[in-house]
Write a protein that binds this ligand. Structure first.
Ligand code: ADP
Length: 337
């Protein structure tokens, strides 16, 4: 991206400038100390030759002869040249290293911006579909001069369905942004997992009944520290998916266990399963496996699991998934006590 390339160059220039400043200060200091020492030596030397009566130890051997003065001056010039060369080399090396470093510094930011753009594009795409349906259906109905009351009511019903979809999408987006906010601070307390799971089950009971799916909770008395609403939201997502992606009349089993310093909740269904090639992506925002899109025609936006992931990350927990297509899926959520 052009923007990041120019930012990288600017950052590199900044690094080089700082290093150039430091090395120049050092070089000037070294040069000044050396030339000062040399001048002092020469002055002393001259004094010893010209006025031996004024120096402390006139008998000390002369370590320099006047002819050597020029040699010393030449040496100083060489030192100056060497310092300039060393500075130039430092600037060159710091330029290369700085460019590399600037790339590494900016890479995560670039990735974040890319992800944000993709997210906005996906969200707009999801919003467009129900909006287009709403618009065209309403336009067609308006143009229809023979539209009777019952047809109009049906039209409103269909419009309301689209509005409900939009509402659900905006709810999901708001929930996601809430849990992805790094400054989020939830009111933590000790909570009985059994109660949370029962409430989550209550949230999906309607759909489960429609599909004649039994949700069985096997739980021991386990308490975790957390905030009720977020935990209910978390387990609702997994139970809802288990019901959504399972055939009529099947079973969903929810099992609670304790392992060391954490509680694990296993949600097992006998549903359509997830292909191994889809598994790495199911926690990505807006990702929906083809099987759920086409075969099952199940509604959703691919935002449930990303929300679940954000909640579990907030609690420093972990989500594992095992799935075999056509047989079922097991999600295991571990939460520290
Ligand atoms: P969605 O709204 O599509 O359910 P999620 O983020 O909750 O979004 O899930 C992402 C995708 O993961 C789903 O579209 C589906 O393909 C797959 N998935 C999640 N849970 C299950 C499950 N229990 N069984 C089969 N597929 C699942």
């Amino acid at each position: 991206m052009q923007m990041f390339h120019s930012a990288r160059l600017k950052l590199t220039l900044f690094y080089v400038f700082v290093i150039f400043l430091i090395s120049s200060v050092f070089s000037v200091a070294i040069y000044r100390v050396l030339s000062h020492e040399l001048d002092r030596g020469l002055r002393l030397q001259r004094l010893r030759i010209e006025r031996p009566d004024r120096v402390l130890n006139p008998d000390l051997p002369l370590f320099l002869y006047p002819a050597d003065t020029q040699i010393l001056r030449d040496e100083l010039t060489r030192i100056r040249l060497n310092l300039i060369l060393i500075d130039a080399a430092i600037v060159l090396v710091s330029g290369i290293a700085g460019y590399f470093l600037a790339g590494r510094t900016l890479a995560p930011i670039e990735e974040m911006v890319d992800e944000q753009k993709r997210f906005i594009a996906d969200a707009s795409h999801e919003l467009r579909t129900p909006l287009t349906v709403l618009k065209t259906e309403s336009e067609v109905a308006l143009r229809d001069t023979k539209l009777d009351l019952s047809q109009a009511k049906n039209q409103i019903k269909s419009n309301l369905e689209e509005v409900a979809k939009l509402q659900s999408l905006s709810d999901h987006l708001l929930t996601l942004s809430r849990y992805e906010d790094i400054s989020l601070s939830l009111d933590m307390r000790k909570i009985k997992l059994q109660e949370i799971l029962e409430k989550a089950k209550g949230n999906v009971l309607l759909l489960a009944k429609k599909k004649r799916i039994q949700i069985k909770i096997e739980s021991t008395r386990v308490e975790v520290s957390g905030e009720e609403v977020s935990l209910i939201e978390l387990f609702t997502i997994f139970m809802d998916n288990a019901v959504k992606y399972s055939p009529l009349g099947s079973n969903v089993l929810v099992k609670v266990k304790t392992e060391g310093k954490k509680a694990t909740v296993q949600i097992k269904d006998n549903g359509i399963g997830i292909k191994a090639s889809d598994l790495p992506y199911i926690f990505n925002r807006f990702y929906r496996a083809d099987m759920s899109r086409e075969k099952n025609k199940v509604g959703g936006y691919g935002l449930g699991l990303p929300i679940a992931k954000s909640i579990v990350e907030y609690y420093h927990g972990k989500i594992d998934v095992i799935s075999s297509p056509g047989k079922g899926t097991i999600f295991t959520i571990s939460l520290p006590f």
